[in-house]
Design a protein around this ligand. Sequence first.
Ligand code: MG
Length: 274
Amino acid sequence: MEDKPMLIGMTVGGDDPIASLERVKSLGISTCQMYIPPKKWQSKERLELIKRVMQEKRVRITALVCHFEGERYDNIATIKRTVGLLNRATREKRVRKILSSSDFAKDLTVKVLQAHIGFIPEDRENVDYKGLVKTVQKIADYCKRNGQSFALETGQEKARTLAMFIEDVNRSNLGVNFDPANMLLYDAGDPIEALDVLGKYVIGVHCKDGKRPERKGELGKEYPLGEGDVDIRRFIDKLKEIGYTGPLTIEREIAGEKQVKDILKAKELLERLR
Ligand code: MG
């Protein structure tokens, strides 16, 4: 497939990869980031089927997104406890899942593996910070052997904390999937300014919009693209300024008809702005 800059994409579920690819195609979109499909989809036959449908539909999976059992996004405290790799009780099991997902991504010829690793502590001397550095080094090295980059979803911590963490991990195939709305939802700083800090690490982006929380400890609210406080025009201009040419992946975390409507509107908006 030709590699034009800033192809439009969308995030899709992995429960039925074929249905997801068909859905992307039906919306006139050519790339997607897909959540890791369940084990039953990882057999050789089904893998070949996914590859064939990707080719037939001319839809490319630009990244596979790791997710874990037991993750909950109710409020900040729950997120800290349940999301990603911060909690030592679930860390090892989840790392094993990431490594096996890297093998699956390789078989599928997907070059980016992506994950929310959880809130990165701001203190470099924190035992969990050090643990996360070692863990992500291990994951990045494994991905590198599979010819992949490992992308951290942004927004749960401030951009400077994430940049410091990436420097400490010190692996050339480690980068970020930049989600400007998350910076607002988690009240973690200004998304456009964050791109100045993280620009050189951006491997992918989520085109998502939102507003900051009204009360501390809560999450802000997601809005359709262009209706929140991200300022999508500035966001796209900034991406051009830092030389980003990768896909613009629309993320709209609701379901049903409204989701389809919002994705199509987002696509139109991005086609004008890119
Ligand atoms: Mg996102």
